[in-house]
Design a protein around this ligand. Structure first.
Ligand code: TMP
Length: 208
């Protein structure tokens, strides 16, 4: 792929503040005349938004980790083809709220160790990694109550409970060690403005 724009992702457990942070960064770049697109997973294209509803609504046990992995990859492939790659081709910075690292952790490292399968499927069907990933770290109790307070009707993963969120946190921290150049660990416990400043300091050298 002859990629012209930069691909930036935000990751972390449910309620960690990554959606707020990805939007703050999008607004900052847009207000400073950078060509930029904000998008999210699961979703970000018509077909992927339809698949999203299957994944985030309903009972926690609705899908096995394996079926989820396939659905997330189906959504991701559509999102990549229709939204992400065209924007990068136009030279835009793509800010994406979650991407393949979420599959590595949520499907690959929580209910059982499925990481090898996640990696094989990713290699086969997606094959794209972000240029930079911000992993927003947050204490799971606080993050979970924040996520559930929203009452969004999209709580299927929050409904797995606190031990699941603890495993997720450990999984995301492990990713920052596995990919230290790409995955930057951000302390999400500070004010949104302070967290935004930390992220900006790491991102702007890549864009200017
Ligand atoms: P969101 O709440 O950040 O929009 O994400 C929806 C849920 O989907 C969230 O609980 C994390 C989960 N998820 C996965 O389990 N695997 C994935 O690959 C992605 C992108 C999200």
């Amino acid at each position: 792929m002859a990629q012209k724009g930069r691909f930036i992702t935000f990751e972390g457990i449910d309620g960690c503040g990554k959606s707020t942070q990805s939007r703050l960064m999008f607004k900052f770049l847009r207000d400073n005349a950078f060509p930029v697109l904000w998008t999210r997973e699961p979703g970000g294209s018509d077909g992927a938004e339809q698949i999203r509803k299957l994944l985030v609504e309903g009972e926690p046990g609705r899908w096995s980790a394996e079926t989820e992995m396939l659905l997330f990859n189906a959504a991701r492939r559509d999102h990549l083809e229709r939204t992400i790659l065209p924007a990068l081709e136009r030279g835009e910075t793509v800010i994406c709220d979650r991407f393949a690292d979420s599959t590595r952790v949520y499907q690959g490292a929580t209910r059982q160790d499925l990481r090898a399968t996640v990696d094989a499927l990713h290699q086969l069907m997606i094959g794209v990694e972000p240029d930079l990933t911000f992993v927003i770290d947050m204490e799971p109790t606080a993050a979970l109550s924040r996520g559930l307070e929203r009452n969004s009707g999209e709580d299927r993963f929050e409904d797995f409970g606190l031990p699941f969120q603890e495993k997720l946190r450990a999984g995301f921290l492990a990713l920052t060690q596995e990919f230290p150049d790409r995955c930057k660990l951000i302390d999400g416990s500070d004010t949104p403005a302070a967290v935004h400043a930390d992220i900006r300091a790491l991102l702007m050298p890549l864009l200017t």
